[in-house]
Design a protein around this ligand. Structure first.
Ligand code: NAD
Length: 514
């Protein structure tokens, strides 16, 4: 059986001799429903080895000038591009998303690496000459030391790169704890970072579950933690990390709505929804699992176009280039999604297309779920309130625009939202009023580009800073402000004799610059 080992500088953690030898996780091939590898579930001892290596490496890395750090990022980007086919294959057979989607996962991460290549410019500080008599003030962004990232299974390339790309470019060492469900790509990325010229100990990968996460949250040498995953765990990580005195950003779950106004181009909406609701089997935090047509006429027309579009979707193995989407990540998740479909039926929603019981010849044990469509879902249903994270689309009919603004605004999650319309005024009004962090106007999955920043509101995000863009630079650095005076003998305004007495007197007054 293949072992996916920790990637900790200095070695010495061979699986057979590690103290955590007793605890392992299974990594499945979701196409076959079979275990394909095992991953050690590490503990505080494994983390300690990584922290010690990071402490050894970080000061010299922080002292490396930012152009040199940027050059490592440029080389890393090139190496990932050279290896993208192999990485995408590795990702598809552990996660279950199709190859084109895996490449997209890697590509979106690389865009953050491109952003991080500009670190010399991004870290330039602020300077005020003459803030007072002979006094200059400068503010500089300095690295925090060691940062850690805890990432979910659904973007095993992009989300680690969101975090370590910016953190490392800023001069920090970074310890990544990827999802134990698909840990191979993160390890490969760390190998490529080393090959690109990052010193040993600057990017390390430790595997594990809650025990490792708690060890990270409690370790005093780790100054900042970035988390992405489900909301309850995000909230827990946020609280425990902050209590331990760390800087924490914790992104949580989502239930994104797509508002369809009566003037929308319905054919375009249906094409967009097919990808946004069912792509990657719905396992995206920016998926659109809820569609809100405004008015019954819009709802009926949309529904009649959605049914044949869903019938045309091809569910297949993740390496089949003709498939629209592949299996979900594991058996427990498949069960969970199917339970939500049952709950939706029990709660009185109309099941229009039922994806349960879907099988693929030759892959009968694979974790496949067919596309599922519900109509007449209402806000009081738990299947509406909670995240399903599967290939399930729910139609929630809204009588008017006001209801369409209210639904996503009052939902517990506030990650992304989209409105489809030809009316600029309605779109502008919607974007201004809706209580959600990322808004798309005729854009179904409004994931911001790397030089803007990614983050949701309400239970979709805890903490003050978003991911990447300048928000990322702010998260991974702290500001030091230096106020300096370089006196050249006694003050010119005073005679030499009374200068000393005046200086003593001045020292008892809170200085003002004006
Ligand atoms: P998850 O919360 O189960 O796991 C995320 C991370 O937390 C993993 O590394 C996991 O090992 C760790 N973890 C699991 N249980 C833990 C516990 N009890 N205590 C401490 N740590 C624990 O999430 P997932 O299933 O891997 O990912 C899917 C979720 O992530 C969805 O809710 C999705 O919406 C969300 N997500 C959010 C964003 C965003 O930016 N808002 C992006 C991607 C995914």
């Amino acid at each position: 059986m293949r072992i996916i080992d920790h990637f900790v500088a200095g070695g010495g953690l061979a699986p057979a001799t590690r103290p955590d030898v007793g605890r392992w996780g299974d990594v499945f091939d979701p196409n076959l429903g079979e275990v394909q590898a095992r991953v050690p579930l590490g503990d505080a001892a494994v983390l300690e080895a990584a922290v010690q290596a990071a402490l050894g490496a970080q000061p010299a890395w922080a002292a490396t000038n930012p152009q040199r750090r940027a050059r490592v990022m440029f080389r890393f980007k090139e190496l990932v591009e050279q290896n993208i086919d192999a990485l995408a294959h590795m990702l598809s057979v552990e996660h279950g998303k199709v190859l084109a989607d895996s490449k997209g996962d890697i590509q979106r991460g690389l865009e953050v690496i491109e952003f991080a290549c500009g670190i010399p410019h991004l870290l330039k500080g602020e300077y005020t000459q003459g803030a007072g008599p002979g006094i200059d003030v400068c503010s500089m962004r300095t690295p925090l030391g060691i940062g850690a990232g805890i990432t979910p299974f659904n973007f095993p390339a992009m989300i680690p790169m969101w975090m370590f790309g910016v953190a490392i470019a800023c001069g920090n060492a970074f310890i990544l704890k990827p999802s134990e469900r698909d840990p191979s790509v993160p390890v490969r990325l760390a190998e490529l970072m080393l090959e690109a010229g990052a010193p040993e100990g600057i990017l390390q990968v430790v595997h594990g579950d809650k025990e490792m996460v708690d060890a990270i949250l409690d370790h005093p040498a780790i100054k900042a933690v970035s988390f992405v995953g489900s909301s309850d765990i995000a909230h827990y990580v946020y609280r425990r990390g902050v209590e331990a005195g760390k800087r924490v950003q914790a992104m949580g779950g989502a239930k994104n709505h797509g508002i369809v106004m009566p003037d929308a181009d319905l054919d375009q909406v249906v094409a967009d929804l097919a990808g946004a609701a069912f792509g990657s089997a719905g396992e995206r935090c920016m998926a659109l699992p809820v569609v809100v047509p405004v008015g019954d006429k819009t709802a009926d027309a949309l529904r009649s176009k959605l049914i044949p579009a869903i019938a045309a979707l091809r569910v297949g193995v993740s390496t089949d280039t003709g498939a629209h989407y592949g299996p979900v990540v594991n058996a427990a998740h498949k069960q969970r999604v199917e339970n939500w479909i049952r709950t939706g039926v029990d709660e009185g929603a109309e099941l229009v297309v039922d994806g349960r019981g879907f099988t693929l010849q030759g892959h009968e044990k694979g974790f496949f779920i067919g596309p599922t469509l519900f109509d007449r879902v209402t806000p009081d249903m738990s299947a509406y309130k909670e995240e399903i994270f599967g290939p399930v689309l729910q139609i929630v009919r809204a009588p008017d625009f006001e209801t369409a603004v209210r639904l996503p605004s009052q939902h517990q999650y506030g990650n992304g939202v989209a409105i489809f319309t030809r009316n600029g005024h309605a779109a502008r009004e919607f974007a201004a009023r809706v209580e959600v962090g990322m808004v798309g106007i005729n854009v179904p999955i409004p994931v911001p580009v790397a030089y803007h920043s990614f983050g949701g509101w309400k239970r979709s995000g805890f903490g003050d800073h978003n991911q990447h863009g300048m928000e990322g630079v702010r998260f991974w650095t702290r500001v030091k402000t230096v106020t300096q005076r370089w006196p050249d003998g006694p003050s010119p305004e005073r005679g030499a004799e009374d200068g000393a007495a005046a200086r003593v007197q001045d020292a008892f007054v809170i200085p003002t610059m004006g």
